[in-house]
Ligand binder design. Sequence first.
Ligand code: B12
Length: 234
Amino acid sequence: MSEEEDDIILSELDDDELVQQMFDDLYDGLKEEIEEGVNILLERKWEPYRILTEALVGGMTIVGRDFRDGILFVPEVLLAANAMKGGMAILKPLLVETGAPRVGKMVIGTVKGDIHDIGKNLVGMMMEGAGFEVVDLGINNAVDAYLDTAKTEGADIVGMSALLTTTMPYMKVVIDTMVEQGIRDDYIVLVGGAPLNEEFGRAIGADAYCRDAAVAVETAKEFMARKHNQMAAG
Ligand code: B12
């Protein structure tokens, strides 16, 4: 058999096969194939959000499981993350393209000591898509980065992301500093990341823990509505 006959033509696969193939390609860190897969699903009229959650996040879940189990290592996971980012870059303008009026402003970043940014980027994208203005601080943020930017930008929401059990306590440092400075109530504080849960969010004094980007959007909208009602009442 010639090599070409061995090659899988993504566009010839049906939707289920294509998503399965994208899981494999993400696993293998094949950025171009992931980009091609995303484009094919878009041509087949899949909603950008569905592509994001079913094909990309679905694939990353498998990578995460094998990373945990010691089957994959950091270099391979980095390649997978890079492939995922390639797909996300195509979807971002489509998710953001709502033309909705700005409903609020969020400063978001990954906490000090932590370089995981895929989840944070996803939350930022979804928030923008829902009409929020998003200021992305990137990774490895100390207290000042959050608080100075929130102040200068006049943010409504401060969002913190942590993917490591060793970095998640830093969220409390940020919130405690807000309390010390008497500015805690000026902001809605949302936290997220795989190792967190609701109990942790409550314990550190956040307004809410959000398990994924869709919940983050819903929660942010709810809090903004409350804030507006309070302002109207007061
Ligand atoms: C990709 C990845 C990496 C990549 C990161 C690439 C990048 N640019 O982000 C690389 C290879 C660099 C990496 C490095 C490391 N990693 Co890593 N990594 C992962 C992996 C496989 C996937 C994370 C991911 O992107 N998930 C997909 C996104 C979409 O999900 P998410 O991040 O959870 O985000 C969603 C929600 O949590 C929520 N959310 C997230 N942030 C926020 C923020 C707000 C405000 C809100 C509202 C919501 C929200 O919404 C998001 C979207 O729905 C996880 C496994 C896992 N199960 O999480 C391990 C994992 C997090 N890593 C782990 C480890 C140990 C490490 C290293 C220490 C490994 C090492 N020995 O060097 C280093 C740490 C480096 C550092 N200082 O940060 C462990 C952590 C264990 C622990 N309990 O602390 C995990 C759990 C793997 C494991 N089981 O062992 N990693």
